[in-house]
Design a protein around this ligand. Sequence first.
Ligand SMILES: [Zn+2]
Length: 432
Amino acid sequence: MRVTWTAEEPARDGAGGSDGGGGERVWRLTFLLDPEDATTGACTDGQRMELRTNSCHVRLPPAGPAAPYTGRGEPYVHPDLLAVAAWTMAAPWTRRRVTFDRAISPELAEAISDGWGIEAGPVGERPRTGSRLAISYSGGADSVAVAAILPDAPLVHFRRISHPRVPNRWTHYRSDVLARLAARTGRELTVVRSDLEFLLASPRPGYPEHHAVAAGALLLADELDLGGIAMGYELGSRWLGGDRYLCRYTPDNPMWAPEGRWGRVFAAAGLPVVLPVGGVSEAVTMRVALESELRDLVRWCLRGSGDGPCGTCGKCLYKELIQAAVERRPLATTVTAKSAVARKWQESPPYGGQEMIEYGCARVPGIESTPFARAAELLGATEESTRWLDHCYPPAIEEIPEPWRERVAAYMEGVGLMTPDESARVENWGIG
Ligand SMILES: [Zn+2]
């Protein structure tokens, strides 16, 4: 795999279309496959994927006064940051070695070698460091909870834009709505626009690796003096196997454990991944988000118009179950058990995100007349059996890098820490 980043001339006013683009700094990524590489692969969570094209753009907002430049007048970004951003898009296709266009640090080369068995180079740069923590902010309940816990941290929002050579059949994805909501937070915000999701031909446009959402934060890390990137992955994603590994305790999660392959790569680039809500369930993040001043800006659905979420997709149904449980009210949905999006809840467990299905089924009044009736019957969960999901799993706090650990710990003490028995529920998830 051969990777090249090119800084293009700043876009002139209007060049980015009607909703911005004037003065944007454009980084173009191109990668060329070596003979042993492949256009099919799997991302770290095992999802099979197919590559559609080999180039994309990351568009940063106009340069501020602190933006560093090289002697040649090119915007300066530490080569490790460029390399990690590229690796979030190139890793699934790379088989033996990756050759970057700028020398990287030996620490990063070692992290790639240890994590993937891939030889990375050339080597010959000193590692970078930074000091501030930014939040990768999507606007969903989990990232709003992170923003509420860290009220001073700047937000970086990834916004999907069309790819010049790939037809966009996903126009119902309202990335414009999410970007507008992010702007209304009143927080220090950088919106990064990119077509990188259109690198994938299948299963659909999306991040080649989950970490590609941080491509913009990586390219901005020197300018914003970033020393960490906070993401909204919660207990289920970090410790319980998430959506794809069903019901499995995953202390060694390759995506989100600090010693996992991605944790090490980001740390080597001086931008460790920080999971402030890694110890709490989606019930807690929902509660924190709904109690925060950002409550009206929470939006987990990419399909809804400016007026609100669509209310009919699978994600809306799942999040409505959690919200109704947190608010102790009946489910408000038009989705029926016969709907396609509710089909999996008519089947037997295990389910992805099962802990939250148990939590919701145990708490939503009248669950027996909702699309979750069958799941509720099969799971037999009670408030008592799901109480651990209201508390924080202490090892998640230990994973927070030292500069930010104390603040998160103080917040989580307010939420309540899990007892040893409750922690055992995490550690025996999928076994008992
Ligand atoms: Zn929806």
